[in-house]
Ligand binder design. Structure first.
Ligand SMILES: Cc1cc2nc3c(=O)[nH]c(=O)nc-3n(C[C@H](O)[C@H](O)[C@H](O)COP(=O)(O)OP(=O)(O)OC[C@H]3O[C@@H](n4cnc5c(N)ncnc54)[C@H](O)[C@@H]3O)c2cc1C
Length: 380
């Protein structure tokens, strides 16, 4: 156990707030500096899987999350064209101790902000951080944590600048009113496109619709688009999907870009966490969950071994898992988007058969992601 450190976290998103909570819990003096004037979040949903939930639980935030979220009981993989089930992954039945949740991003951010404050972290708004040169912490601090997200300035300081690669896929995100709160994530899969939807509290439904396309699209949360575009892209899909899309009033378009996992996560007194270190495509819904894991792992490493050994230890314990998940997420779009009808039919038949005969086997393929409990491995 080292002496208490004085730390600034640049960025008050999911990674930064979680780091604030994890470090303050261990007695460090932490300031989370967010450049925005308020801790607001876009109106979107987010899936918290058991590996991320383990961190919330260890922070004592599990009950509040459960109250504000929908506990997901199953994931339904659906042939987008016919509307027929390809497989149902009954997570509540086969993995009762590994809970999945769907929550409003804004609720998750408030929960983490309150949790961080309650443990003694200070949150500063309107506080843009400019990282000092040569890997130094801010004056008077021991450590500067870069939790500044996808377009991280700190990643660029620690690594050579790399140009993101447009994946030729775009994602529309939208919310609609829907009183049907059946606790399942539906994935409607079709040629060159898929649509993921799940219920949220307050009678809302979250929709993310992904399409392959050749034209370039910008990366960013807030690019409004015409609902007619997503409706046209999914015009060949089943009635349920079309009915949801017909209700959309506001939709945002996000160009999906692939960024390499940063080669260097730390230098001297600076370290990266969350999207700043490893942005991931959304096809496994793991970006925020990995950010929660990072926050815990970093706090544990620097507390038990000190900065000099703790920063390399943090990177080495996280890097391989993160690369594997980022790689698996990249591949997942291909699984969802099979176009050639015999291939799609065969793939869905295989899923249907395994799902009926050995549902456990389908779920077991994902245990390496979801059953990983970073807090059990590092119990402090
Ligand atoms: C369509 C879509 C759906 C997704 N769904 C899921 C999902 O279901 N589950 C999941 O786990 N993940 C999901 N993700 C990924 C997830 O949203 C991100 O991985 C996660 O938000 C990353 O958190 P972060 O804190 O690292 O970055 P961010 O959330 O981007 O936060 C970075 C913060 O840093 C601030 N900042 C930036 N620069 C500075 C500076 N210089 N000084 C101070 N502050 C600064 C920013 O204002 C921002 O608040 C999804 C992503 C997309 C695109």
């Amino acid at each position: 156990m080292t002496d208490a450190l004085k730390i600034t976290v640049a960025g008050g998103g999911i990674a930064g707030l979680a780091a604030g909570a994890c470090l303050a819990r261990l007695g460090h003096s932490v300031r989370v500096a967010e450049r925005a004037p308020a801790m607001t979040e876009v109106g979107a949903g987010i899936q918290i899987s058991p590996n991320g939930f383990a961190v919330l639980k260890a922070l004592g935030l599990d009950k509040q999350l459960a109250e504000q979220a929908i506990r997901i009981e199953r994931v339904r993989l659906i042939d987008g064209l016919s509307g027929r089930d390809a497989a149902v992954l009954d997570v509540a039945k086969y993995r009762p101790n590994l809970p999945f949740f769907a929550v409003h991003r804004a609720d998750l951010v408030s929960l983490l902000a309150d949790g961080a404050r309650a443990k003694g972290a200070k949150l500063d708004l309107n506080a843009k951080v400019t990282p000092p040169p040569e890997g130094a912490a801010l004056p008077g601090d021991d450590l500067l944590i870069g939790a500044d997200g996808l377009k991280s300035v700190m990643r660029a300081c620690l690594n050579e600048t790399t140009k993101p690669f447009f994946t030729r896929q775009v994602a529309w995100r939208a919310q609609i009113e829907d009183q049907d709160a059946t606790p399942e994530v539906q994935v409607h899969m079709g040629p060159g496109r898929h649509l993921v939807s799940y219920p949220l509290t307050d009678g809302r439904r979250n929709i993310v619709a992904v399409e392959e396309r050749t034209g370039w699209a910008d990366e960013g949360w807030m690019h409004a688009d015409d609902p007619a575009h997503v409706q046209a892209a999914f015009a060949g899909f089943n009635q349920t999907a079309r009915d949801w899309l017909a209700q959309i009033n506001n939709v945002y378009l996000w160009g999906l870009h692939r960024h390499p996992v940063a080669g260097r996560w730390h230098v001297e007194r600076q370290v990266l966490i969350g999207d700043a270190a490893h942005p991931t495509l959304p096809f496994l819904a793991q970006g925020a969950n990995l950010a929660l894991e990072d926050a815990w792992a970093l706090a544990h490493s620097v507390t038990t071994t000190g900065l000099e050994a703790g920063l390399p230890q943090y990177q080495s314990t996280r890097q391989e898992r993160v690369r594997r998940i980022v790689g698996a997420a990249t591949k997942n779009a291909r699984n969802y988007h099979l176009g050639f009808p015999p291939l799609r039919f065969a793939a869905h038949s295989v899923l249907r058969t395994i799902g009926a005969v050995a549902p456990e086997r389908l779920l077991a393929r994902f245990d390496w992601i979801y059953a990983h409990d970073v807090t059990a491995q590092t119990s402090r």
